[in-house]
Design a protein around this ligand. Structure first.
Ligand SMILES: Cc1ncc(COP(=O)(O)O)c(C=O)c1O
Length: 396
């Protein structure tokens, strides 16, 4: 059956950029929810389970101490290219919250003040709230107001008191986007550090840590990077790669299997932020996924989302659905679009879409949050638009 909205949209039809057979869920429904629990391609699951099976069944017979010491080297190299940073800047960690907490523990002080977005993901704000409780660190909150440029709102909040700015490059709930280079250049004027969570950007579009000049980037693996949970990336400046982390572990030493319990020996680079024997199988999956995304091309993936995003808005605007911000503005990204309707409650629409149409989106802060990744196509967008049309027809 031709979806209703298809008849309204006369533009080109855009196919998926990555083979949809890589994702079992796509055989049964429409997945527009990569910003939540990202689908993992079969290639990454194979890499992950292969590693897990080898080590689970054969232990040190298949993973010697030497091999374990080098087990994350390949991922660090791929991650460096992905994040636009040198390899020495990269640490492989267990979760974004861990990296953000490391940075907050290092950069907080009793007389410091951090600029945060008040609707940012809690992993980004909590470490600073803890620093406030422990040390009395000051916090300056900025609002993600669709009527204001996100970057301008942040730069206006930066003052002589600011010591750190910590934000997500793309806001998880609304898709609002920060112009990171502009933010960094402003923060530099007052000597403030800039810590950026790129969890909702990396894998959906290009990231360029060195060009941006940010002090630290943190990225969880299970969203747009399409990896299993339990692995994330931290990328730090040369200065932070030489600092003593607030939290350390045996895997942060230059040669972990040399064991020097009475002497704190720290790796000469960002590896000093690595703590424990983390989920190597998740890391193997992440490496495979980054390979797939990089081969597809991050610019191509971003362009793809923009094309689909415009198709989505063309199809849903006549029905009265409005995006949180105009898609072509500086403060919007195209791969997370939050749609709102004056007569629809997102928290009701979301389960109805799953139940009636097998369409997965999230309901976040009053909007239907639609994620557009490389495996999505015009057909997915039209299926959603048609379902939203039916929802309104049935409920009004
Ligand atoms: C911006 C952002 N950062 C971090 C996280 C969570 O990452 P982790 O579970 O690795 O701490 C999320 C999850 O939605 C997120 O949206």
């Amino acid at each position: 059956m031709v979806p209703l909205a298809m008849t309204r949209h006369n533009g080109e039809v855009t196919g998926a950029l990555i083979d949809r057979d890589q994702y079992a869920a796509l055989a049964h429904g429409v997945y527009l929810n990569q910003a939540s629990l990202g689908l993992i391609p079969r290639a990454a699951i194979d890499a992950s389970t292969r590693f897990l099976t080898e080590v689970a069944q054969h232990g040190n017979l298949r993973l010697s101490d030497e091999a374990e010491a080098a087990v994350l080297d390949g991922l660090r190299a791929e991650a460096a290219t992905l994040l636009g940073a040198p390899e020495e800047a990269i640490a492989v960690i267990g979760g974004a919250g861990e990296g953000l907490s490391q940075m907050a523990a290092l950069l907080s002080s009793p007389d410091g003040e951090v600029v945060l977005i008040d609707s940012d993901f809690p992993s980004v704000t909590y470490p600073w709230l803890a620093a406030q409780q422990r040390l009395g660190m000051g916090i300056r909150w900025v609002v993600d107001d669709p009527g204001c440029d996100m970057t301008e709102a942040l730069t206006e909040a930066i003052s002589d008191r600011t010591t750190v700015v910590c934000v997500s490059a793309v806001q998880f709930a609304t898709g609002s986007q920060v112009d990171v280079p502009a933010l960094v250049s402003h923060a530099r004027r007052v000597g403030a550090y800039v810590v950026v969570d790129v969890t909702q950007l990396a894998g959906a579009g290009p990231v360029a840590m060195s060009d941006w000049g940010a002090d630290a980037l943190v990225c969880s693996g299970y969203k747009w990077l399409s990896a299993p949970t339990g692995v994330a990336l931290l990328s730090v400046s040369e200065q932070l790669a030489a600092a003593t982390p607030a939290i350390v572990g045996w895997k942060g030493t230059p040669a972990p299997f040399d064991f020097h319990p009475r002497e704190l020996m720290l790796a000469p680079d960002a590896r000093r932020y690595e703590l424990s024997s983390m989920s190597y199988s998740a890391a193997a999956g992440l490496r495979a996924s980054i390979g797939l995304l990089s081969d597809t091309g991050l610019d191509a993936i971003a362009d793809h989302a923009r094309t689909l995003g415009k198709q989505l808005l063309d199809s849903t605007a006549p029905l009265g659905w409005v995006p949180y911000r105009p898609i072509d503005g500086r403060s919007a990204c195209a791969h997370i679009i939050s749609l709102r309707h004056p007569d629809a409650v997102a928290a009701d629409v979301q389960p109805w879409l799953v139940r009636e149409h097998h369409i997965n989106v999230s309901a976040r802060v009053g909007g239907i949050r639609v994620s557009l990744h490389a495996y999505n196509s015009t057909e997915d967008v039209h299926a959603l638009a048609a379902a939203l049309e039916r929802y309104l027809a049935a409920s009004l």
